[in-house]
Design a protein around this ligand. Structure first.
Ligand SMILES: Nc1ncnc2c1ncn2[C@@H]1O[C@H](COP(=O)(O)OP(=O)(O)OP(=O)(O)O)[C@@H](O)[C@H]1O
Ligand SMILES: [Mg+2]
Length: 403
């Protein structure tokens, strides 16, 4: 979900100005951090264990105070705001949900509204709505956290943080305690929710894949608590600032970069589609579909009547080249099957070779944009140095007149 420009106006902008934190025992967790968290977007802070991520997050709701520098919220220094007010205006999600074990799901979700003094029926109403919006069955409302799966607990944690409709959400490794499949589901749910709610979100992870998938902006910290680079996921992949970032972003970053190109322009081709697998044509891939043109699998003339697994399909309207390539690579006939979610119907196929051709094209387009940017940067530098020299000569003139 990379985007070109990050908005820094509106409500919910957090600015770190040269912020450092050294704990009493002398441990330095964060050093000279300058970072702007734009409003209504997801900023991910990523880095190895102990690099100061949690410390950075906790300075935003003043659970930890900086040793030097300051943090502003929409231009107002945080230290001029009351801690309790601040924490109620900021949702906070911690690893494993951090739920109260002796409170029911509904009471957990209603914690902050309760603290804010909302009446019971309003709190209950709001909590039930939130269970719906995080995709949890109302039947779970009266259970205790221990009676939920890890993924359900995370959703309750997110619902609880959203309860008082905070402007800012602080999320410390919210998805790390669940298995990869549940995690991928939670990512989709989270991105969908953010499309509706548009909160300012600061999310922490040590997983660069998660950072790239979720972040509009990603800040990479290195051990010792310094900022290594901040940018959109695409900027980090295309132009890593140094060897640390390059190493952290990983060797397969070329593959990751596929996540930023839409599959919408892939050239889809048609193959023979049949409802009866015994009608497979010899020597050509034959797709088996149901009465509504939904793909079921592949047929093979040499093994009449059998249906072979379809592999993963992709949605050309929503998925990226990465999903399409994965789909082609998992297909028994090497063809990715396009199935728009809107219709659920077979819309065409594309081979891995055609997907790679598309990648080559977008790389060429990217190289062109980068070189245009370089030329523009050079031009603006020479323009500003021209301005400097003309203002210098004006100063010189004044000096000469004065003398
Ligand atoms: N209260 C404290 N007193 C002293 N040192 C602390 C304190 N809290 C954290 N630290 C130290 O500060 C550094 C940064 O800790 P922090 O919890 O911010 O790291 P992190 O990036 O969140 O790590 P992880 O990925 O393991 O959660 C670590 O060296 C940690 O031991
Ligand atoms: Mg941490």
């Amino acid at each position: 979900m990379a985007c070109e420009r990050l908005s820094t106006d509106g409500v919910g902008v957090i600015e770190f100005e040269s912020v450092s934190k050294t704990f009493r025992d002398g441990t330095t967790a964060v050093v000279d951090l300058t970072l702007t968290v734009p409003s209504d977007q997801i900023t991910v802070i990523v880095g190895p264990s102990g690099c100061g991520k949690t410390t950075t997050l906790r300075m935003i709701n003043r659970m930890i105070e900086p040793t030097s520098g300051r943090i502003l919220w929409d231009g107002t220094p945080l230290h001029s705001k009351k801690k309790t007010t601040l924490r109620r205006q900021m949702g906070y999600v911690i690893q494993s949900g951090g739920l109260f074990p002796h409170r029911t799901v509904l009471d957990n979700v209603g914690t902050v509204p309760g603290l804010l003094g909302w009446d019971k029926s309003k709190t209950r109403q709001r909590s039930i709505e939130l269970l719906d919006s995080v995709g949890l069955d109302r039947a779970l409302a009266d259970r205790y956290p221990a009676q939920l799966s890890g993924g359900q607990q995370q959703r309750v944690g997110v619902a609880r943080a959203l309860a008082a409709d905070p402007m800012v959400m602080l999320m410390d490794e919210p998805f790390s305690a669940v298995d990869p499949v549940v995690r991928a589901e939670l990512h989709e749910f989270f991105l969908g929710l953010q499309r509706q709610l548009s909160k300012t979100i600061v999310l922490i992870t040590h997983d660069i894949d998660e950072a790239i998938k979720l972040g509009d902006q990603v800040a990479i910290l290195r051990v010792g608590g310094t900022l290594a680079q901040v940018g959109t996921p695409q900027q980090l992949l295309d132009e890593p600032a140094d060897a640390f970032v390059e190493g952290f972003v990983g060797r397969d970053r070329g593959y990751r970069a596929l996540s930023f190109s839409s599959a919408a322009n892939l050239p889809l081709k048609r193959v023979t589609a049949v409802r009866d697998p015994s009608l497979a044509r010899p020597g050509e891939p034959t797709l088996v579909v149901d009465a509504d043109a939904r793909p079921l699998g592949w047929a093979d003339a040499e093994r009449p009547g059998q249906v072979f697994q379809l592999g993963a399909t992709f949605d050309p309207e929503q998925d990226t080249l990465r999903a399409a390539l994965d789909s082609a690579l998992t297909s028994p006939v090497g063809l990715a099957v396009a199935v728009p979610t809107a219709t659920d119907r077979y819309a065409g196929v594309v081979s891995a070779a055609d997907i790679l051709a598309q990648v080559t094209q977008s790389r060429a387009a990217l190289a062109e944009t980068l070189s245009i940017r370089e030329v523009e940067a050079e031009q603006s530098t020479s323009e500003s140095s021209a301005e400097v020299s003309s203002s210098r000569s004006a100063e010189d003139d004044n000096a000469m007149r004065a003398s």
